[in-house]
Design a protein. Structure first.
Length: 276
């Protein structure tokens, strides 16, 4: 049977490839080094599939159609944004497992939207570029939550989706070894008056809640509180909450944190500590 063998929380900041030289060199070294460490850890786990949970930034989905949550079940490539400086190329999906996650969700009342063809934007492309493609043969299943455009997905629903992903993987008859990436955040204000501000105090509070495995504490944070303390971009912690749903009872040890105003973001990383 397939199994989930690891999980990681990480940023997907486009500035990582748009302006890598803009950040303090020591901070940049820590951040890029942590992505490399995650890639190495995934190799150690002998993973063959990564589920990357991100969100769309009004790139693929605009006012005409904004799915609350979506899974790619067919052809995948990316990135769609040329400004990232990453060559657009095919990304190998695990279509069979992705379709099983979709169908398992339907059976459980998780009404997935789905894409039979998807060109990922930076929330999928940055994690793939920095923490997937260094491991040849590693397949990628992109998942999007609406953590960007109101009305935002509820945090509890995000956690429930993660639980459905876990049950789908565990019920899949293949022998896949799966890791889950929750991507985005932490504090950042996007296209607003506060852009460039980083609230490190709030970021450490968020990391501490994940380190304690306090999912109810995270779910209890209202969108209004997150917006006030962490900015609109901080709503992406819902992607992290979704990832934790695949690991009931788990904690997430902080791997690194850097406040990088030059990249307009508080950049946090954690590794999920699975319950035996």
């Amino acid at each position: 049977m397939a199994e989930i063998v690891g999980g990681f929380l990480m940023p997907h900041n486009p500035m990582l490839t748009v302006a890598p030289q803009a950040a303090d060199p020591a901070k940049a070294k820590t951040i890029f080094g942590t992505f490399e460490a995650i890639s190495s850890r995934v190799k150690e786990l002998q993973a063959d599939t990564v589920i990357v949970i991100g969100d769309d930034h009004y790139t693929n989905f605009g006012p005409h159609c904004i799915p609350s949550y979506l899974i790619a079940i067919g052809d995948v490539d990316g990135p769609v944004e040329a400004f990232l400086g990453i060559e657009r190329a095919p990304i190998q999906n695990n279509e069979a497992l992705a379709n099983h996650i979709l169908k398992t969700g339907y059976a459980e009342g998780i009404d997935w939207s789905f894409a039979k063809s998807l060109t990922v934007e930076h929330s999928g492309a940055i994690p793939y570029h920095l923490a997937v493609r260094n491991n040849p043969g590693l397949k990628t299943i992109p998942i999007y939550l609406n953590a960007a455009v109101a009305p935002i997905i509820a945090s509890r629903r995000a956690y429930q989706i993660g639980g459905s992903i876990r049950r789908a993987v565990q019920s899949w008859p293949g022998n896949e070894r799966v890791v889950v990436y929750g991507t985005g955040g932490i504090s950042h204000w996007v296209g607003s008056f506060g852009m460039g501000r980083v609230n490190a105090e709030f970021d450490y509070r968020i990391l501490d809640l994940f380190q304690k495995g306090d999912i109810e504490g995270l779910i209890a944070l209202s969108d209004e509180t997150i917006l006030a303390e962490g900015g609109d971009g901080c709503l992406e912690i819902k992607n992290w909450i979704c990832a934790m749903g695949a690991f009931p009872g788990a904690t997430a040890d902080t791997l690194a944190y850097e406040a990088v105003p030059e990249w307009i973001t508080g950049m946090g990383f954690a590794e999920v500590k699975m319950v035996a």
